[in-house]
Design a protein around this ligand. Structure first.
Ligand code: ADP
Ligand code: ZN
Ligand code: ZN
Length: 820
């Protein structure tokens, strides 16, 4: 009988799968897409995914055996594995990197070694324990198994992995096979009254002498509604009950003992939507209906259609109709948005129509919640619409019928770090085609590449040129900040024009949005005397001052520093902060408009899961008049009463040395303008503050002229040979030693150029030359749009292999950024 082997994908940045032997007793529980735990390296265990099975025994080395088989059904299905492979190949990263990004860690169990005390170990004379060993044995007790990392958290022992290894060698510890799945379905405890309305008096008299029990009973009565005749008695969440009553669980236990209440465990269903869906779709306007029909018609011969609809034209309403059609065909729908903030408003809009069929998925969810969604999708085939940010395209779809990529132009669809450095829009199109699903890209400002494909017939194209209700797009007012300053018409970060406009909005009970793309209090700190500027110890960037924490922060690595009272260079108390980040703008606005309520939305105010929600809710319900924020406020949000939008500094968007900078600047300015005048147009206005008022980008924004911008930009791309006329791959090289890196990267570029000629340029230093203690060099590869990517990839891989002989590679990082 032949022996079976499995090819396993491990969650490691390694380019291959690994072959393991399947022990005879596991032959029925190891299948493609199942999870297994395997030993790797000297003493490590990982959860891997079975990629394929074979009877071919690997040659030249001894294979290890799979240690544990975890599943009896696949966790990853065939189409997902295909997608992983595509991502790994196209974006030139390891399959293990894709696995890491795609699967929530709760399903990967622990990627660390678990140990327990060897059951055969007899403490005694012949194996005396030293102090450190004794500590570990007592921590593990008789039957606990712990990850090495968990032990490290409990005990401060130097060189723990080495110690553990030696204890294993001595037979004191063994690698545990009782590896615990980290995932646990979340359960909560509910309390149910054991009395009814007629028994209330008796119930209360039995706790009369115990004040706390009485208070608990009162709270329970109120919360459950036992006291309301004819109403259903509700189960009450235990924690909430205790919190509200202000008593401990001992009090509850006493009440339970008296037979007045009982507790039960409930699984939390995270798919639950508490409201009642109307089940009603919005009635489409004539123009919207026409667009909707055209999309469906074009899908007959093109799998991807671009919906180019101006801001507030009702793209979301059109999506709803298409989603409804897909759901009623029994299909799943993936609705991608570029920013988690956008899911907040959309969730509600979609749930109103589709109720529990809406599932939201993104990285702000806890790992347990993500595991829940993953498992539910594996277990069921219910048509659902998954609303999510980029990682949701890795969910285990079974019968995907429609993929919507909203705001398809957004650069945040591209993951910059870590690998896989994929573009979720492009990957979503591949996903759709793997499922034979239709795809819809939507935007008011389509990316240059997408629009180029649409007008050249690769994608379908449907345009919607009027706003819902025929509302006009808001007028744009460009403010020349140099002139404003000369005339003394500037107050803090704002021109007097902006102040006037915000004032007008507030007085008319409207709202204003202020956009400043720098978080923190002041982007620059400097000594007035000697021009000293604090820099990050690990990165080549100056630090941003955050006032609420009174600290200097590196926005590249997160390092924090104290703001010194005296300049460390000249010893003078001459340190000043310069410029306006969102935190400072917020403060200034509060001073200028003391009667108005101001909210701020940026990375610092949205760190926890509900951060976005509470800010967006408060602003939607007009609990605040002015919203200050970074690019988060520019995208897709729909507030009916915003009449003024102020772009505090347009120049920071325009003056970036990157071939996509103009496109990004135009998109951002046009999108943020689109937040104004959505409910009604009266008095709505966009103020753009700039030192370069004649810049062509600003002219296009002024005229809301997407086509003007596109034609200008596509000419530039053609002239300078940028995408869509070429394809670009950056190779990043990083090393802690600047001169080693210098040599290494030059040799690298030279070797590439010997095969690719003038398609190679660089190495160049990126704008920030050092991050997290590593120096960076970048080589650009630019190939003809029609060139064979497979060949190019082979050249790149061969070059890497050749360069691997260079000793500098040992401590270097080399990675690719495809379609940057
Ligand atoms: P877009 O996604 O194109 O920016 P939205 O779909 O957010 O536009 O629509 C803008 C606003 O107009 C929303 O508040 C939306 O509810 C409203 N709206 C659009 N179309 C309709 C319609 N057919 N019926 C009712 N309201 C609509
Ligand atoms: Zn100084
Ligand atoms: Zn730093």
């Amino acid at each position: 009988m032949s022996r079976w082997y499995a090819e396993i994908i491990l969650p490691l940045p390694l380019d291959t799968t690994f072959t393991y032997a399947i022990p005879a007793e596991m032959e029925n529980s190891v299948r493609v897409g199942y999870r297994v735990i395997v030993p790797f390296g000297r003493k490590k265990y990982y959860t891997g995914i079975v990629r394929s099975l074979t009877t071919q025994s690997p040659e030249g080395f001894e294979t290890k055996e799979i240690a544990v088989a975890l599943d009896n059904h696949p966790i990853v299905r065939h189409p997902q594995l295909k997608l992983w492979e595509w991502v790994a190949e196209y974006y030139m990263c390891a399959a293990g990197d894709v696995y890491k990004a795609a699967v929530p860690s709760g399903l990967k169990v622990e990627s660390e070694t678990f140990v327990e005390v060897n059951p055969d170990y007899e403490p005694g004379e012949d194996t005396p324990l030293d102090d450190r060993e004794a500590m570990i044995v007592s921590l593990l007790g008789d039957e606990k198994c712990m990850a090495v990392s968990a032990i490290a958290r409990e005990l401060t022992v130097k060189n723990l992995p080495a110690l553990i290894t030696s204890m294993i060698d001595k037979g004191i510890l063994v690698i545990s096979e009782k590896i615990i799945e980290r995932y646990r379905a979340v359960r909560h405890t509910v309390v149910i009254p054991e009395y009814d309305i007629s028994g209330m008096a008796d119930a209360f008299s039995s706790v009369k002498s115990a004040k706390k029990q009485e208070r608990l009973l009162m709270t329970l009565t109120e919360m459950s509604g036992v006291n309301r005749r004819g109403a259903d008695v509700k189960e009450v969440d235990r924690k909430e009950l205790l919190d509200r009553a202000g008593v401990t669980s001992a009090v509850l236990n006493a009440v339970i003992k008296k037979g007045l209440a009982r507790i039960e465990k409930r699984e939390i269903n995270r798919f639950k939507f508490d409201g009642t869906p109307t089940g009603k779709l919005p009635l489409l306007t004539q123009a919207q209906m026409k667009a909707c029909d055209e999309i469906t018609a074009q899908w007959r011969d093109k799998s991807t259609v671009l919906l180019h609809g101006v801001t507030s034209s009702g793209k979301t309403e059109i999506y709803s109709h298409l989603i409804d059609a897909a759901l009623s065909r029994g299909e799943q729908v993936l609705y991608l948005v570029p920013e988690i903030a956008l899911t907040t408003q959309l969730t509600r809009r979609l749930q109103n129509v589709f109720g529990n069929s809406v599932v939201v998925y993104h990285s702000k969810f806890s790992d347990n919640e993500r595991v829940d969604i993953w498992k539910t999708m594996l277990a069921e085939q219910t048509p659902r619409v998954i609303l999510g940010a980029r990682s949701s395209l890795f969910l285990p779809f079974g019968r995907l019928g429609l993929v919507i990529v909203d705001e398809e132009h957004e650069s945040s669809y591209k993951q910059a770090d870590p690998a896989p450095r994929y573009n979720a829009r492009d990957t979503a199109l591949v996903l759709a085609s793997m499922h034979g699903a239709k795809a819809l890209l939507g935007s008011a400002t389509p990316s240059v590449e997408t629009y180029y494909k649409a007008i050249n017939g690769k994608f379908g194209l449907v345009s919607l040129t009027t706003r819902y209700n025929e509302l006009p797009l808001p007028p744009i007012h460009i403010v020349d900040m140099k002139r404003a300053r000369q005339r003394g018409e500037v107050e803090g970060p704002l021109s007097l024009d902006a102040v006037r406009s915000i004032n007008g909005a507030v007085e008319a009970s409207k709202q204003a949005i202020l956009f400043r793309n720098r978080r923190g209090f002041a982007p620059m700190v400097r000594c007035k005397q000697c021009a000293w500027v604090p820099k990050c110890q690990y990165c080549d960037v100056s630090l941003t001052y955050h006032n609420h924490s009174r600290q200097l922060v590196c926005h590249y690595c997160g390092a924090v520093y104290e703001l010194p009272d005296l300049c460390p260079q000249c010893r003078q108390p001459a340190i000043e902060v310069i410029g306006y980040g969102t935190e400072r703008v917020e403060g200034e606005i509060e001073n200028i408009f003391p009667a108005s309520k101001v909210l701020r939305m940026d990375l610092d105010t949205t760190r926890n899961k509900d951060g976005y929600e509470s800010i967006i809710d408060a602003f939607s319900s007009h609990k605040a008049d002015i919203l200050v924020g970074t690019q988060m406020v520019t995208k897709g949000l729909d507030f009916g009463t915003v009449s003024t939008v102020v772009v505090i500094n347009a120049d920071e968007l325009i003056n970036i040395p990157d071939f996509k900078a103009s496109e990004r600047a135009f998109n951002m300015l046009e999108q943020v303008s689109g937040r104004a005048g959505r409910g009604d147009a009266a008095g709505s206005e966009v103020i753009i503050q700039t030192y370069t008022p004649d810049h062509p980008i600003l002219q296009f924004v002024s005229g809301h002229s997407y086509l003007g911008f596109y034609e200008h930009e596509i000419e530039e791309r053609k002239r300078y040979l940028y995408p869509p006329f070429t394809r670009i791959i950056y190779i990043y090289l990083k090393h802690a030693d600047a001169s080693v890196l210098q040599q290494f990267s030059h040799a690298y570029a030279q070797l590439l150029a010997s095969q690719l000629g003038s398609r190679v340029s660089g190495p160049d230093q990126p704008r920030v030359t050092r991050v997290k203690s590593l120096y960076i060099q970048k080589i650009m590869i630019k190939v003809e749009a029609g060139a064979s990517l497979a060949k190019l990839r082979q050249v790149l891989k061969d070059t890497y292999v050749k360069m691997a002989k260079n000793p500098a590679i040992k401590n270097s990082q080399v990675y690719y950024d495809v379609d940057p």
